[in-house]
Design a protein. Structure first.
Length: 289
């Protein structure tokens, strides 16, 4: 099976996004060669690339960028030389690897392939609520409440994290939580002052959901601290039971790459080996002595 055939099957598996501009596609390499193996990883880090080489795999299917520039072009386009980038690309080219990015199509899939994987491997999929009250989110309601500390430990163990940050009372009991979108300004819902003078953005919609829909804990991707996190902090000072868990964007989605390996095995009919490669936690933690 040629790499291009694997990619064709992958694109047929996903919904057709038509002429929509996406960041998906081949970033490096020749797709007309035979596929010796597929590695599914969230991010094509240098460590992941070296492990793929050691396996003899020549196709990396990844969710996040190869470069350090947001548009994820296939060449370095900043106005200075970057030795780290050059060495990384030289490694890719020396071993004739093909890197294919699958980001927008994974999220456009119904259901979302990243968060289906996250919920599947956390064993939370049965608790996904049918009605999603949080905008751009996935709400989970446990049959019995869990302490925030217990939820944190579950996330660290099942994702493979070195630690995490959270806001809230670790002993508080959580029954309803939501994976939500990024909290930075202009994410998902543009900042807007309406004609009646009221203000709306993604943060206000999340605060409304927490206040009205009983969401006790949110797990976002990217965060800023002056909107929802400050609301949660003040709510705790008033004795209310609210929390935010901040695993970080990459840890947040890691299990989606594990799930991708499962469906990649199905669509390739076992004709090539498929391996999930855990990227590993970006963060290390030093506690105050």
């Amino acid at each position: 099976m040629k790499i291009q055939e694997v990619i064709d099957r992958l694109m047929a598996y996903h919904p057709d996004l038509g002429d929509a501009e996406t960041c998906d596609g081949i970033k490096f390499g020749d797709a007309q060669v035979a596929c010796t193996g597929i590695v599914s990883a969230l991010i094509p880090t240098v460590e992941v690339i070296k492990q793929a080489i050691s396996l003899g795999a020549n196709l990396l299917i990844v969710h996040e960028p190869t470069s350090y520039l947001t548009p994820d072009w296939s060449e370095w386009r900043a106005d200075f030389d970057c030795q780290v980038y050059d060495e990384k690309i030289a490694l890719i080219q020396a071993h004739q690897l093909v890197i294919f990015r699958d980001h927008d199509h994974m999220h456009a899939h119904q259901p979302d392939q990243i968060f289906t994987g996250v919920l599947t491997y956390l064993d939370w999929l049965p608790y996904l609520t049918a009605t999603q009250t949080v905008p751009f989110g996935f709400t989970v309601e446990f049959p019995e409440s869990k302490t925030l500390h217990a939820i944190n430990q579950e996330l660290m163990t099942k994702i493979g994290m070195n630690g995490l940050r959270y806001v809230g009372n670790g002993q508080a009991r959580i029954k309803k939580l939501a994976f939500v979108g990024h909290l930075f300004p202009d994410a998902f819902i543009p900042q807007q002052e309406k004609e009646d003078g009221t203000w709306t953005d993604y943060a206000t919609e999340l605060i409304k959901s927490m206040a009205q829909d009983g969401i006790e804990c949110i797990i976002p991707g990217e965060v800023v601290e002056w909107t929802v996190l400050s609301y949660i902090r003040d709510a705790n000072a008033q004795g209310k039971n609210l929390a935010c868990i901040n695993p970080g964007h990459f840890n947040w989605e890691e299990l989606g790459a594990k799930y991708a390996a499962a469906w990649l095995k199905e669509i390739t009919d076992g004709q090539v080996p498929v391996t999930y490669m855990a990227t590993g936690d970006l963060w290390q933690y030093q506690l105050k002595q």
